[in-house]
Each structure stands twice: as C-alpha cells, then as structure tokens.
Design a protein around this ligand. Structure first.
Ligand SMILES: *Cc1c(COP(=O)(O)O)cnc(C)c1O
Length: 339
C-alpha cells in the first residue's frame, strides 16, 4: 500500500495494512532472531492456547513525527517492562527490553512513510505475545509468537479535546487478585458487553468500580482515571486490579515536576466525587479524554463542565503531547529516537 491514498486529516483508529511487521518465534526454549515480513496473516495451530485459554498479552505505544522530521518513541522501555510482567503473569517467556525496543524501531523504519506528519496523529505500534503450537490441555503453550505491527492513527480529538460522559457499570472487568494489572485480552473480552451497554445508552464507555466493594472507581473503559482537586492535587486510583498505564505514570510525574501538584495514588470513592473540580481518562490511544460527567444510579455527576475542558487537564495535555512530538523538552530517558 502506498501512503498517497491516506488522507492524514481523516485518519481515525482503524486497521490499515502497512508494509512490514516484526515476527519472532519461541521454540525449544528460545526466541529465534526475528524478521520483518510483509505477510499480515498468522498461521498457527488450531490448538493454540491463545485461541482457547486466553494465553496472550499485548502493548500499545506510538511513534511521533517531530518538526525536524525525526521520529520519537515515547517511553518504550516502560512498555517492554510491562509486557514482561504480563508475560510472567500468564507463564509466557519474556521478551528482553532491548529486543522489544529494537523490534519497535525496525517496524517504524520499515513503515516510515506511514508515520503521519508532525501534529497529525502518530504511528500506533501493537506488540503482542501469543501462545501457539499443538496443544489441548490447560497448560502453558509449547511455542509462542512475539510480533509488532503498526498502523497510522489520527489525533483522537479533531479540533481539540472535548469532554465525554461515562456510566458506572455493574460488571467487573477483573477480579481483586486476578489479571487486571496485566495487559491481557481476557480483561478486554470481559469489557465488551459493559462497554457496548454504556455506548447503547449514549455514554462514551463504562467505568468499573473496584471488584471487591464496588465503592471506588478503578478504570474508565480501557483507560486510567484521574481527578484534580481544588487543592492542586492529582488523584488516581491505587489498586492491584488497575492496569498501570504509562500515560498515567507520565501525568503523575509531570503533575508533580512541572505543575507543582501533589500526586496522590489512593481511593477514589464514588460517593465523594465532589472533591474533584476536573476529571479525565488517560491512555496511549486517547491521550486524555476529559470526563464531563459520570452517571451512577441514574444521576449524572458533572465535574468541570459538560462542554469545556478544565484548565489543569488542558495544561497536562499540552505538556504531555508537546513532549511526545518533540516540541517540549522531555524528562531524561523519556524519548527514544528511531533514526
Ligand atoms: C493499556 C491500558 C491503559 C492505558 O495504558 P497506557 O500505557 O497509558 O496506554 C489503561 N487501562 C487499561 C485497562 C489498559 O489496557
């Protein structure tokens, strides 16, 4: 595919087949040396554990075009480390950090023409590990595949950020000591029905409460929650079943170091939403989605405004996206240049 058919201003978040993807196979206790391939179809055993028992995990990160034409990866070491933790939780072999980052770099370079121009989105990278090989019993797979593919994606909000409304779900996405902190497909399978129900009721997505007491906010769809208090505090849930997002981690660090805020990882009681003057959901795909209101027991709790973005949310957004696209100086180690 050529990039001439891509309208950079119309890019959304849809699968587009790009030229090359990285593929490595684990067999007899080790990863092979890995190759770039044009084939976007995997040929795997019908007995693969990924198909039957959910033995798989994934990552998501973006490559950004800078004003000078160079390309930034944002904190890929953090994605590598998180994928290692996900693999450990599901008894899959881990991919070393240097192999992970090198695979991402190779995929970006091989698909360079698909990296959108500065400010027009990014090249989204999707690394994943799946259990493969002939098998039928419930056990870890005899073979694994590690792959990274790439698709160009647009800016999430065309024409600026806009608040969205969310609905508290009565479903759980993960169990208290389950796999909530691992980036695994099973959590997403569990979120499809609640997500669809929230969307049917005209909300952007479902919000999940803590699975033990159902009194505290944990996740906003497939993104992390944060709230801003009038006392200049950045608050985000602390729980063993929250996915430790890299956007969230970065916002916590920026809130403290650049905005002089107090960062609190703690309980976010659904009965005490009044303490927040702004709220948002954060993650690689959407960056920051400001939360206009949250519906709970038939009542909509409104934060800053249903239409306007709060000033602190806007500052955090500008700082983070500025760093990612090379316009704002990054904290040491956050940016890895592709070329
Ligand atoms: C990936 C993910 C996030 C966000 O993580 P980032 O590293 O910021 O992209 C948040 N919640 C869930 C459930 C996720 O899967």
């Amino acid at each position: 595919m050529s990039n001439e058919s891509i309208n950079w201003d119309k890019l959304g978040f849809d699968y587009i087949k790009t030229d090359k993807r990285y593929l490595s196979v684990w067999r007899n206790g080790e990863w092979d040396k890995g190759t770039l391939t044009e084939d976007n179809v995997l040929h795997i055993s019908e007995g693969s554990t990924a198909l039957h028992y959910g033995q798989q995990c994934f990552e998501g990160l973006k490559a950004y075009r800078c004003k000078d034409g160079s390309i930034n990866l944002f904190r890929p070491d953090q994605n590598a480390a998180r994928m290692q933790r996900s693999c450990a939780r599901l008894l899959m072999p881990h991919v070393p950090t240097d192999v992970f980052i090198e695979a991402c770099k190779q995929v970006v370079k091989a698909n360079e023409k698909f990296v959108p121009p500065h400010g027009k989105g990014a090249l989204y990278l999707r690394p994943f590990v799946i259990g493969t090989g002939d098998n039928i019993g419930v056990r870890t797979a005899p073979e694994f595949i590690f792959s990274v593919f790439a698709i160009p994606v647009g800016s999430y909000f065309k024409g600026g950020m806009k608040p969205h409304n969310f609905q508290i779900s009565s479903f759980d996405r993960a169990a208290p000591q389950g796999t909530g902190a691992a980036k695994v497909g099973g959590n997403y399978a569990a979120s499809l029905q609640p997500g669809a129900e929230a969307k049917k009721a005209n909300f952007a997505d479902a919000i999940y409460l803590d699975p033990l007491t159902h009194t505290k906010i944990e996740e906003v769809g497939s993104a992390n929650f944060f709230g801003i208090t009038a006392n200049n505090e950045f608050v985000t849930p602390k729980s063993a079943s929250v996915l430790p997002g890299i956007t969230r981690l970065s916002l916590m660090e920026l809130a403290q170091s650049r905005l002089g805020m107090t960062v609190i990882e703690g309980d976010v009681e659904i009965s005490k939403l009044d303490r927040f003057v702004e709220a948002g959901a954060c993650g690689t795909a959407a960056v920051i989605t400001p939360i206009g209101g949250i519906e709970y027991n038939g009542k909509l709790h409104v934060f800053h405004d249903l239409e306007k973005v709060g000033p602190v949310t806007q500052k955090l957004y500008n700082e983070l996206t500025g760093i990612q696209s090379g316009d704002v100086e990054a904290p040491a180690g956050w940016i890895v240049k592709v070329a």
